[in-house]
Design a protein around this ligand. Structure first.
Ligand SMILES: [Zn+2]
Length: 52
């Protein structure tokens, strides 16, 4: 499936994921959590904020 990074806006391909799974952007390294399809039928992701 295709993912558009919410941070750097680059597109990349990942293995199909389920709700709650996370993917890592190969460009900027940020982690995104899959939130399922939005009302427009598009895949939606949310940035995972990590406390460090
Ligand atoms: Zn990115």
């Amino acid at each position: 499936m295709k993912v558009t990074c919410l941070e750097c806006q680059n597109e990349f391909q990942v293995e199909p994921v389920s709700n709650g799974d996370t993917v890592e952007c190969p460009f900027c390294g940020i982690e995104l959590e899959y939130k399922g399809k939005n009302p427009q039928g598009e895949e939606s992701f949310e940035i995972i904020e990590e406390e460090k």
